[in-house]
Design a binder for this molecule. Structure first.
Ligand SMILES: Nc1ncnc2c1ncn2[C@@H]1O[C@H](COP(=O)(O)OP(=O)(O)OP(=O)(O)O)[C@@H](O)[C@H]1O
Ligand SMILES: O=P(O)(O)OC[C@H]1O[C@](O)(CO)[C@@H](O)[C@@H]1O
Ligand SMILES: [Mg+2]
Length: 476
């Protein structure tokens, strides 16, 4: 097929080499219960949605094994930037005509692990309501207190009435925790309690734990489907478009930035300093900076910065204060950690999951800014107002967009599990919900690419230096 140049007189683009070819698409295989269990243990049933009075399944209602979502949809027709080959594809998420669980036999368990994120309660609610209303499942249990809860706490029986208003509350009604990952105790508990569907909501660490649980269940040949639902306010999980709760967090972060701006503007030589979440990725800081337009400098873990000397932060802020009389600085919690002096014990300190405990970059920066000003301008007024909304932005309920997202995620997860898939994650890829192998998601990172347009846009909005080290630039 060759494209015509049309009436513009432009040369026609030859599409022969770039024609979509199914042979160059690689569908990422999802684990399925039938891959390790005999047919005798896996009777198939017609999807109960077929007889649900609220649905009218048509031919295209059900997902077939050939319904796919492409990972990379941008394509350069000139061939200058060839697409990755083969092109990765994932199974589209949705209901299947045949299911591998009889609703009356299902015992579903839901657990939340790691830090909070807006929307966790919505996901729990929609898992419960979806299992109950869509598929007629009646035995649904909430595992309390994260992974450790499987083997140490009595589960909570859940039904739609109980979870009815969960989506209006921040946090997780099931409680969460870090650490406590004891694989054998967890899988023994899953087996002994008779759970056959396990829904695991959590971040990167949780997904790595979920992979181990899935693999152990598969090696014990248990008839248990495991699915992960990625939760991370930092938006640091790869492959999926973005994680739930992230948009809500950015909105909340903007409120903090606005307050910092008002404080800075209303002072003589005022600096508004806002610390935002982001352990190893600066997505919240970057997106809040771009949408607020009030930020003069955005510091994220993916870039280095330094304070003193030519091209450093102090020099830049000095100039900004002279030009505007105020400045707003946004710093992600993971930025500049290597600049902050640490004691020996601080160097070793880890949380219960083994993550390094960070020092407060905002508090440190505030102190450094004050010392710098006293040193350089001892007789001039100066104010730093430090706002730390880190827990506020993740402890709120999800906004409307995130609530819808959480609902689709939960329902996609249920459809996949009912269809017998296991060891998978559901999530949006290029706007379409897909099923992705759990181990792929557990390994995939989503960092800010400081070479792409978005970071260049931040730099052009803020005019901040790129902190490239020159011979005269000094560290510290
Ligand atoms: N590599 C791993 N293998 C098994 N379990 C893990 C692993 N990493 C973390 N976990 C367990 O997963 C749970 C959550 O981990 P962690 O505290 O790192 O949070 P997270 O899931 O990464 O969420 P977030 O970082 O977004 O708050 C904990 O119970 C932890 O013990
Ligand atoms: O204080 P906590 O609950 O351990 O959580 C802090 C961490 O959790 C996160 O919000 C990720 O969920 C990180 O941004 C942050 O470093
Ligand atoms: Mg994590």
């Amino acid at each position: 097929m060759a494209a015509s140049g049309g009436s513009t007189g432009e040369p026609a683009t030859d599409l022969q080499d770039t024609e979509f070819s199914i042979s160059r698409v690689q569908l990422q295989v999802l684990p399925h219960l039938s891959s390790y269990l005999p047919d005798t243990l896996l009777p198939v049933h017609i999807n109960p949605l077929h007889h649900n009075p609220f649905f009218h399944p048509s031919h295209s209602f059900y997902i077939s094994p050939t319904d796919i979502v492409l990972r990379h949809i941008a394509h350069d027709l000139s061939g200058t930037f060839p697409p990755p080959s083969p092109r990765l594809a994932y199974l589209r998420a949705g209901p299947h005509h045949q299911v591998y669980f009889k609703p009356s036999e299902v015992r579903a368990a839901i657990v939340t692990c790691g830090g909070l994120c807006p929307g966790m309660n919505t996901v729990i609610r929609e898992l419960v309501v979806g299992l109950w209303e869509l598929y007629g499942v009646r035995e649904i249990y909430g595992v309390k207190a994260g992974f450790r809860g499987f083997y140490s706490v009595e589960p909570l029986r859940l039904d739609p009435k109980m979870v009815d208003s969960f989506h209006k509350r921040g946090g997780t009604m099931l409680e969460t925790s870090r650490g406590g990952f004891d694989l054998h105790k967890i899988v023994n508990a899953i087996h002994h309690r008779g759970y056959n569907q396990v829904y695991i909501i959590g971040g990167d660490g949780t997904m790595r734990g979920a992979v181990k649980i899935f693999e152990e269940i598969r090696s014990r040949k248990l008839r248990v489907a495991v699915t992960g639902i990625p939760k991370t306010v930092d938006n640091d999980v790869g492959i999926i478009d973005k994680s739930f709760g992230f948009q809500t967090a950015v909105e909340m972060a903007q409120q903090a930035i606005s307050a910092a701006h008002v404080e800075a503007e209303s002072a003589v030589n005022g600096i508004g300093l806002v610390k935002l979440m982001g352990r190893s990725t600066g997505h919240i800081a970057l997106n809040a900076t771009l949408s607020s337009r009030d930020v003069d400098c955005c510091l994220i873990p993916e870039t280095e910065f330094y304070l003193k000397g030519k091209g450093g932060l102090f020099e830049f802020l000095d100039q900004r204060l002279r030009e505007n009389g105020h400045a707003v600085v946004v710093v992600a919690e993971g930025a500049g950690q290597d600049l902050i002096p640490r004691t020996e014990s601080q160097r070793e300190e880890r949380d219960e999951s083994g993550n390094l405990v960070f020092l407060d970059v905002g508090g440190w920066l505030k102190a450094e800014l004050k010392k710098w000003w006293e040193r350089e301008h001892p007789n001039e007024l100066f104010t730093v107002k430090y706002i730390d909304p880190t827990y506020m932005i993740r402890a709120v309920p999800a906004n409307a967009t995130d609530n819808l997202y959480c609902t689709l995620l939960a329902h996609s997860a249920i459809h996949g599990v009912m269809a017998g898939y296991t060891g998978f994650v559901s999530g949006p890829i290029n706007g379409n919900y897909a099923y992705i192998p759990l181990d792929e998601v557990a390994e995939a990172r989503n960092e800010v690419d400081i070479r792409d347009h978005k970071w260049a846009w931040v730099r052009s909005v803020t005019n901040q230096p790129d902190f490239a080290r020159t011979s005269s630039g000094m560290n510290g």
